[in-house]
Design a binder for this molecule. Structure first.
Ligand SMILES: [Mg+2]
Length: 346
């Protein structure tokens, strides 16, 4: 799937002119098809669209003949035979959940437990762009009803500071999240940059420096007055365990594409709950399909925020069935994930 974007999406480590993703389709001998969305990101999961397609070609031989309802079993086979490739594995698991829910003629959220809400609040995400354009977009989104704003940082702090200050000026109630996507590089530099913006009542600063530098993140956390979230640093429970050991974060950004699916995401959630850490459900910019999966999952968990912003950034829905408007997404109620893929992507 090459999904067109309204405009290029730029963060400190990547520039996307369109979304180079892959649709995972799993067929069964009972005629039920399941669909999942693999959302590779070279800077986050180390995958590309080509590597996902390669993984699918390779792994078919192991999956064919397995019971699609044994989601854990298929996951184990995937993990044992293929290291990494988390967004591919997430796409496979999504397709299996879709099959399972369809076979029960139930909406997917029923498989995730008790639904707590029918609609999910979504923040407005602002990629890197010139100051005027960013502020205009935020002001517009505020008047349309968005209540929280995720601002990408990690490049030009003057522009970023001005955008954050302007946002705070437009609304004293808006929640502001700042994501540096590893861009501040060293702990010393990150502390300096955070000090320049922390007065604007920021909810949290996300991934200030390199993913691997857990000790550095711990140093930053001790020296700033704002909560620290780790994203690229935390893919697995092993990463999370290490970050907890080093006291390196307050909040974890959990993404299905990083954990390899919902089952592993739940393991991360359990670990966070045990250690008093909060978590959000992060986004890779999913299309309607991946967004619907996120909505089902988020409706049954306690995420501080669900960043399923993809549908606001793409120019066409990959399928029908997802209802969304400014700042909110409705959890689908038809069987399975609830998305009927359009002809082009099926
Ligand atoms: Mg992030």
């Amino acid at each position: 799937m090459n999904i067109p974007l309204r405009e290029p999406f730029v963060i400190s480590t990547e520039r996307l002119d369109y979304l180079p993703y892959a649709l995972i389709k799993i067929g069964t001998d009972e005629g039920i098809n399941g669909y999942g969305e693999a959302t590779p990101s070279w800077a986050s999961t180390g995958e590309t669209q080509e590597s996902v397609l390669g993984a699918a070609k390779l792994m078919r031989q192991f999956f064919i003949g397995m019971d699609p309802l044994d989601i854990e079993g298929v996951g184990s086979v995937a993990d044992y035979n293929l290291h990494f490739n988390s967004s591919f594995k997430a796409g496979v698991e999504e397709a299996l959940f879709d099959i399972k829910a369809k076979s029960l003629k139930a909406p997917l959220h029923r498989l995730f437990g008790q639904k707590k809400e029918d609609t999910i609040e979504i923040p407005f995400v602002v990629g890197m762009k010139d100051e005027g354009a960013a502020v205009k977009e935020i002001s517009n989104a505020l008047s349309r009803g968005f209540k929280s704003f995720k601002i990408k940082a990690g490049a030009d702090i003057e522009i970023e500071k001005n955008v954050i200050r302007a946002t705070r000026g437009l609304s004293s109630e808006a929640k502001i999240f700042v994501d540096a996507n590893q861009g501040w590089k060293s702990p010393e530099n990150a502390i300096k940059k955070i000090k320049e913006i922390e007065r604007y009542e920021i909810e949290w600063i996300e991934q200030p420096i390199l993913a691997a530098d857990i000790k550095g993140n711990s140093t930053i956390r001790k020296n700033v007055g704002v909560k620290l979230m780790l994203d690229e640093s935390i893919q697995s429970i092993w990463d999370c365990e290490r970050a907890i050991e080093y006291d390196a974060m307050d909040i974890v950004n959990i993404k299905i594409a990083k954990t390899g699916g919902f089952l592993n995401a739940d393991e991360l959630i359990r670990m966070c709950d045990e250690h008093g850490k909060k978590y959000i459900l992060g986004s890779m910019i999913e299309s309607s399909l991946g967004t619907a999966f996120m909505a089902h999952f988020a409706s049954c968990r306690n995420f501080l925020s669900c960043e399923a912003c993809g549908v606001y950034l793409i120019t066409e829905d990959t399928g029908e069935g997802l209802e969304y408007w400014d700042g909110y997404i409705r959890v689908p109620e038809s069987p399975g994930v609830g998305i009927k893929l359009s002809e082009k992507y099926r």
